[in-house]
Design a protein around this ligand. Structure first.
Ligand SMILES: Cc1cc2nc3c(=O)[nH]c(=O)nc-3n(C[C@H](O)[C@H](O)[C@H](O)COP(=O)(O)O)c2cc1C
Ligand code: SF4
Ligand code: FES
Length: 610
């Protein structure tokens, strides 16, 4: 028999979709409503983009997604159950099995591993006991690496709440594991220890009240939008082009060129998306900006919409970022209430509004075309390019998309002017960059330095290696980046400097490992991450990430597959195929860190593991 939703599940879904308007939509069949009218499913199908929010509603209310709850969502949105199942089962934050109403997600990713995640998980398992399966879940990086080890606490129910906490101990979580609250450790803030004087992108962080539009305005907020309106869309694009600002999301594409291409598309409507999915292990800079200076992102996205002719913006924020979501939601509401969003923004004669979307735990959803699929209510699988988003993006329309850090740079570009901005940093990497320092570093946190600053200087700002230990290696650019040895500390932190040194800055990860760290354990965790996060759409990545991890394990454990030499060659061949033949950046970079660990750190050489 077809499973039926409980009244609680129906209520949760109705809060997102509104009450059902007919029997067709899952409501009561009444002669008044449907006696003479044929309700087709077209209107419902046009709401498909609400599938992800509706699934979030079910997960949040009861702690898992039952067949009955899913059937109700399918009926309301006219989505085939197999498709909805395909979507729900993709995301790590959704459970399709019954689960306790309170769940602890503990990060076992790299920065947390070197800060005691494994012993913490063992102790938590013992504290929880065997009677509560599903109450403790391992998770990849939660984007709180500066406060490792980190955890996300989820409580389902009418007052569903998610909370991220750092520097976790069993004692802090003990009450929560048994149905009570939790104890938080005092935070020294997520900004590193650098002097405030040099800060540009972070200048309001820790200074402004992130919940107050008034305070934001008192600190220069909305001056940039006013200036943008005076310049007009073409003037804004000219300034952004003059600034030579390159995207900070990983691909380093010129932002002004992208905006110009979207603005020139004759097809309407245009959309603008802010990529706030930040799931690259070791990355947390966007989270800090969103939590501490959320109005800046709302203002910057509004400027992007104005310049590119988009009337609707989507802000897609990582599902594991509850505080950032709350801050952004509040900022959007306040901005709308005071005429900074909506019709005739700031009296400037244009309309723009922002919809906030929560991801649900999928690294690949950060890839731009996968993000469009996610917003549209499909599985977040990357699309083939071309066509590119500037012509065929969200809902098949011209779309601009930028990373959080890229967007807030635009405020600075308008503040000082494009040419003045271009005079900072290096000629090919203008402006400042945010870096996420974590691992075995004295003062972890987000640091802002001019592009071109040597890595050595950045590490000095953060106090160097913790507790006077020896540095063994640095992971630059995240899991999709690569390792360097202490001999490479003079690399300039610019796009061209990194390229010349054969590394990438990626999303600004700088993770330090001292001599006590087992680097092979880190490499294996990275390989497992890519195996887990591959969307499985194309063969080189789906099979390659599995085979890469298997070969590494055999090489470490001494398992049988011909010979050691055979496995080393196999590892190289897999890397080459993934890089050359994968559809998207995930597969193309899934072997980068592994290869650099083998080639630069010699982790697989006899005696290389320590
Ligand atoms: C697997 C994968 C994950 C990605 N994740 C993110 C992300 O979390 N945040 C982000 O801004 N860009 C991410 N990107 C890059 C985006 O596809 C896109 O290039 C970026 O949002 C463009 O913004 P930008 O021009 O401001 O850099 C990812 C790319 C890939 C291949
Ligand atoms: S490269 Fe990997 S993540 Fe990207 S589309 Fe192919 S299978 Fe999916
Ligand atoms: S929060 Fe654990 S590795 Fe980032």
């Amino acid at each position: 028999m077809r499973a039926v939703a409980t009244s609680e599940e129906r209520a949760a879904v109705d809060e997102v979709l509104g009450p059902p308007v007919s029997g067709w939509h899952g409501g009561d069949r009444t002669i008044e409503l449907e006696g003479h009218v044929g309700y087709a499913g077209r209107a419902a199908r046009e709401q498909r983009h609400l599938l992800l929010p509706a699934l979030h509603a079910l997960q949040g209310r009861v702690g898992w997604i039952s067949d009955g709850g899913m059937n109700y969502v399918c009926q309301r949105l006219s989505v085939p159950p197999a498709e909805a199942y395909g979507v729900a089962s993709f995301y790590a934050m959704f459970s399709l099995q019954p689960r306790p109403k309170t769940v602890v997600h503990v990060c076992d990713d790299i920065a947390c591993r070197v800060n005691g995640a494994e012993p913490l998980i063992e102790r938590l398992e013992r504290a929880l006991g065997p009677g509560r399966p599903g109450g403790l879940v391992r998770t990849p990086c939660l984007g709180m690496c500066e406060r490792a080890p980190a955890a996300l606490l989820q409580s389902a129910g009418h007052e569903a709440s998610d909370v991220s906490i750092g520097e976790v101990t069993v004692e802090m979580l003990h009450p929560f594991l048994h149905g009570g609250g939790w104890i938080e450790s005092p935070s020294g803030g997520s900004l590193g220890s650098q002097p405030r004087a040099g800060l540009r992108l972070l200048r309001r962080v820790g200074v402004v009240d992130p919940r107050s539009l008034g305070d934001y305005r008192a600190h220069g907020g909305y001056d940039a939008l006013r200036q943008a309106i005076e310049l007009g869309p073409e003037g804004v694009i000219r300034e952004v082009k003059d600034s030579k600002l390159l995207g900070r999301g990983g691909a380093a594409f010129p932002t002004g060129v992208k905006w110009d291409a979207v603005a020139k598309q004759p097809v309407r409507p245009h959309y603008f998306v802010c990529n706030a999915d930040e799931s690259e292990p070791g990355t947390f800079k966007d989270r800090v900006v969103m939590e501490e200076d959320p109005f800046a992102l709302v203002e910057a996205l509004t400027i992007a919409g104005f310049a590119t002719g988009a009337e609707r913006g989507y802000l897609y924020v990582r599902g594991e970022y509850p505080l950032a979501t709350e801050m952004l939601s509040n900022a959007i509401d306040q901005a709308r209430a005071r005429g900074f969003l909506g019709r005739d923004v700031m009296g400037g004669g244009f309309s723009f509004d922002i919809e906030l979307r929560r991801g649900a735990g999928a690294y690949i959803a950060g890839e731009e075309t996968a993000m469009f699929n996610s917003i549209e209510g499909n599985r977040p699988e990357p699309r083939n390019k071309p066509p590119f988003p500037v012509t065929h993006g969200l809902f098949g329309k011209p779309t601009g998309i930028n990373n959080v850090e890229t967007l807030i740079n635009v405020l600075e570009v308008l503040r000082i002017g494009g040419p003045a901005y271009a005079a900072t940093g290096t000629p090919d990497s203008t402006g400042t960059r945010l870096f996420c320092l974590s691992g075995c570093i004295e003062r972890p946190g987000v640091y802002e330095v001019e592009c071109g600053t040597p890595l050595r200087d950045l590490l000095e700002l953060a106090g160097g290696v913790r507790a006077g230990r020896e540095m063994k290696a640095i992971l630059l650019g995240g899991a999709a980046g690569g390792f360097i040895t202490p001999a490479g500390l003079d690399v300039p932190l610019s796009f061209e400097g990194a390229r010349a040194a054969g590394v990438t800055l990626g999303s600004g990860v700088v993770m330090v490992f001292d001599e006590s760290v087992d680097l092979m354990d880190i490499v294996l965790r990275i390989a497992a991450f890519f195996r887990d996060e591959s969307c499985g759409q194309c063969v080189p990545c789906r099979v390659g990430t599995v085979r890469q991890e298997e070969a590494l394990r055999r090489l470490v454990d001494g398992g049988e597959n011909g010979s050691r030499e055979h496995d080393l060659v196999l590892l190289d061949e897999i890397a080459q195929v993934m890089q050359d033949a994968s559809i998207c950046g995930l597969g193309q970079t899934a072997a980068s860190a592994v290869q650099s660990a083998v080639k630069q750190l010699h982790v697989l050489d006899p005696g290389g593991r320590s």
